[in-house]
Design a protein around this ligand. Structure first.
Ligand code: BGC
Length: 386
């Protein structure tokens, strides 16, 4: 997350990206002037970003007609940056990320990544399905977290692009039967689209040949001020949820759906994140049970930062939201320009089904059957108030 005061380097990167387009990328880009000193192209461009597992890794830059830029790599489907203007027209990056592949290969805690096959934790790294016990990797104490040792965040996805109405990047991955202990060959397809309304839309699709749990999400860490020297404690947040799922000491839900009313978990009206975080052991790292019913897409959360004027609205088809305040960030990891990424530097709003659902019959099911189509949609919509 780097403040983009140096517009020259930005412009150079964009030129580099533009000249590296291949047949996959659409070259019919319109010219858009975003401010007096910088000209960017709308559309999508691609540059080489290295290699992993013998496969080529690329960085894709999606630019809309407002000059907002989202960069995504096919390594882990990671959103590496989300650059937008604040209320003074100054651009900065509102997500944690790096400007090269190497730091991602050191496994930072899921910065910007696609998470699968199962977002969040599965207790004791096991579940029973159709009478069979499936053992998963215990990569978080005794529990299984975010798909295991080599989840979808650490694989190279096949990518294709289109720029018909808006810029889209489609990522595909076949998770083979037995991978990380999960049953069934799972064909996954995730599409990222940046619209001219400053929406980053993520559509997740999957099909399996054997019943399996599936719970896909994105793990972007947001700081709307665009500067990691600021924490997110002054941001305000609304979550449209009357209940949350309390957890045990290993962050596994107890199974209870607890009312938020009268607790530090009540974000039904916008609240400053820092105002009650001290009353929550370790900080917020919980799943909220969204009030929305059914699979319709609805706005479920709004995050605002008065210093930059930026507002991020989250829309989803999912029943849950993991709100995580970067509690385990401790300054060890540095940004690409050397700033420590400290506790509460950024927060995640992970749309999902509830943690440990495969072991919690009372939670909405996460089991995908052969012949069924997994399809969920989440939109992060950015705006700025003057
Ligand atoms: C989890 C946290 C975890 C973080 C990074 C979040 O989704 O809820 O407990 O530390 O991801 O791994």
């Amino acid at each position: 997350m780097k403040k983009l005061s140096n517009k020259l380097s930005m412009t150079l990167l964009i030129i580099l990206a533009s000249t590296s387009c291949d047949n996959n990328s659409n070259n019919n880009n319109k010219m858009t002037t975003t401010d007096s000193s910088q000209t960017t192209k709308t559309g999508i461009t691609k540059i080489d970003w290295g290699e992993h597992d013998g496969k080529k890794v690329h960085l894709y830059t999606l630019v809309n007609n407002k000059g907002t830029e989202v960069r995504i790599t096919n390594y882990g489907g990671i959103v590496t940056s989300f650059i937008s203007a604040d209320n003074n027209g100054n651009k900065s990056d509102i997500v944690l990320g790096f400007n090269s592949l190497d730091p991602y290969l050191q496994s930072p805690p899921y910065f910007g990544a696609l998470i699968g096959r199962y977002g969040n934790r599965i207790a004791d790294a096991k579940f029973t399905l159709d009478g069979n016990i499936y053992k998963l990797a215990a990569n978080n104490g005794k529990n299984h977290l975010h798909g295991g040792l080599k989840g979808f965040d650490k694989v190279v996805w096949d990518a294709s692009t289109s720029s018909d109405n808006a810029s889209s990047l489609t990522l595909k991955y076949l998770s083979k039967n037995g991978e990380e202990g999960y049953p069934g060959n799972l064909n996954v397809n995730v599409q990222y689209t940046l619209t001219d309304d400053n929406e980053l839309k993520i559509e997740y699709n999957a099909e399996t040949d054997k019943a399996t749990p599936v719970n896909l999400t994105n793990h972007s860490y947001f700081n709307l001020s665009g500067d990691v020297s600021n924490t997110i404690l002054d941001h305000t947040l609304m979550i449209d949820a009357d209940k949350y799922t309390p957890v045990d000491t290993t962050l596994i839900p107890t199974g209870e759906l607890k009312p938020v009313k009268g607790t530090s978990f009540d974000f039904t009206t916008a609240q400053k994140i820092g105002s009650r975080i001290g009353q929550v052991t370790g900080g917020y790292d919980h799943n909220w049970v969204l009030n929305k019913k059914g699979n319709e897409i609805q706005r479920i959360a709004t995050l605002s930062d008065s210093s930059s004027g930026r507002k991020l609205e989250v829309f989803t088809t999912e029943p849950g939201l993991q709100f995580y305040t970067g509690n385990f960030l401790d300054g060890t990891i540095k940004t690409s320009d050397g700033k420590p990424i400290n506790k509460n530097t950024a927060l995640c709003l992970e749309t999902q089904h509830f943690p440990d659902s495969p072991n919690k019959p009372g939670f909405p099911s996460t089991i995908l059957q052969p012949g069924q189509k997994y399809h969920t949609v989440t939109v992060y919509k950015l705006s700025v108030s003057k």
